[in-house]
Design a protein around this ligand. Structure first.
Ligand SMILES: Cc1ncc(COP(=O)(O)O)c(C=O)c1O
Length: 399
């Protein structure tokens, strides 16, 4: 072991902070003076923790210890989210698919999904063999429980609430609905690592909760990864079969799926970010309030909706609704300010869903919002002067 450590020190005389700062210098000369993505700058906050944990994982010398390293992170995750079990998988999509399979969802079943979500929520349902049934959202852009109830049929097996942009979905009504109709809940918390509902972290309400560790997420690493959490320990035993066809003690799980595991190399990044989850959420909330204060006088802008007082927005994005969106985006682009639209295409008109024959007009609340949504650069690493520049540029545009 000592020998391995010596070799690593010799081969990797690195300093992650210096490497990152060099990279950031290069980026400052790029097209956008204020980019959308601040992942690298954010990492600078936790760089010592990341570096020491990376050195540890690289020095691990056998499979058993790598598994133990991952298991330690899974336990930490389960503890933070106050659930009996957490399983690291290869992506948020894999977490969704394995959750559906573990619930027994399959061919011929129906799964209800909000019309406003990332395409992966729907792809996971298709991958399980079931039919995705889309429903409209409320003005807060999360799944409308009344629309869900209207779509329940004898074939409905589960619902997938999504906490879009980190805004908490109405889990109280949706859990009641699921209880009344005996449906499973797979909670898509891929954008909601820091979201809270009634003092509990989002992801811990459904039978399963699913998280993505894509680098665009608050808890993200340089590569794909995901986590599936379970409300009951026995569900974790079922889900583990899908993750690893040859499970514990080499029992055969009869899975013909591609295995999908969380790469230990990502864990140093994820673990450091988890340590600062609530601190970073607070910083992001403060930034959201400052944006609100700067933009509230512009009547062509609708500010992000705030959740009820017992709930906390996870603030993955700061997404406003605006008039003349394309022109504003172009104007900001010219000024070197990068913005994004999540998502630029209507989900129900995408080719993956063609055979279900959805059409324009099926989801009026979502369709109206989708024409106006615009996400601004938003990160705990954003500097005061950047924020002011963005606010001033938007004000100037609407003048
Ligand atoms: C709402 C939602 N669901 C699912 C996913 C899929 O996660 P991944 O990209 O890790 O597979 C994402 C990722 O962006 C997401 O935002």
């Amino acid at each position: 072991m000592k020998k391995i450590k010596k070799i690593i020190k010799k081969c990797l005389p690195w300093n992650l902070r210096l490497a990152l700062e060099k990279e950031l210098d290069k980026r400052r000369q790029s097209r956008y003076s204020i980019p959308f993505d601040w992942w690298a700058e954010e990492n600078l906050f936790y760089i010592e923790e990341i570096q020491s944990s990376l050195e540890k994982v690289i020095a691990i010398s056998n499979q058993a210890n790598l598994k133990a390293f991952r298991a330690e992170f899974e336990s930490k995750f389960a503890q933070i989210y106050k659930v009996p079990a957490a399983l690291g998988v290869g992506s948020g999509t894999a977490a969704l698919v394995f959750s559906l399979l573990a619930l027994g969802v399959g061919r011929g079943d129906e799964v209800i999904v909000p019309a406003h979500t990332y395409v992966s929520t729907v792809l996971a349902v298709l991958d399980s063999g079931a039919i995705p049934v889309l429903v409209d959202v409320k003005e807060d852009l999360t799944m409308d429980p009344a629309a869900v109830e209207a779509k329940i049929t004898p074939k409905t097996k589960a619902i997938i609430p999504v906490h879009i942009y980190g805004y908490p979905a109405d889990m109280r009504s949706l859990c009641q609905l699921a209880g009344r109709y005996h449906l499973g809940i797979v909670e898509d918390a891929c954008q909601a690592h820091a979201t809270e509902i009634n003092g509990r972290l989002a992801g811990s309400f459904g039978d399963f909760g699913c998280f993505s560790f894509h680098w665009s997420k608050q808890v993200g690493g340089p590569g794909d990864g995901g986590m599936l959490v379970c409300r009951r320990k026995k569900d974790a035993m079922r889900a583990v079969c899908w993750r690893e066809p040859l499970g514990k003690n080499f029992q055969v799980c009869r899975s013909h799926r591609t295995p999908s595991r969380l790469a230990p190399l990502l864990i140093p990044f994820l673990s450091a970010r988890l340590n600062y989850l609530s601190q970073d959420r607070l910083k992001r909330e403060k930034l959201a309030e400052e944006y609100d204060a700067g933009l509230k006088s512009i009547k062509q802008i609708c500010l992000p909706v705030r959740p009820a007082s017992k709930n906390k927005h996870g603030w993955r994005n700061y997404t406003i609704r605006v008039k003349k969106r394309e022109a504003l985006q172009k104007y900001l682009n010219k000024k070197g300010i990068e913005t994004k639209i999540f998502y630029p295409e209507l989900l129900h008109l995408r080719p993956e869903l063609e055979k279900f024959r959805y059409k324009l007009g099926d989801f009026p609340v979502y369709e109206a919002a989708q024409k106006e949504i615009l996400s601004l650069p938003f990160s705990q690493a954003l500097e005061e002067k950047n924020k002011m520049e963005i606010i001033e540029a938007i004000k100037k545009f609407y003048k």
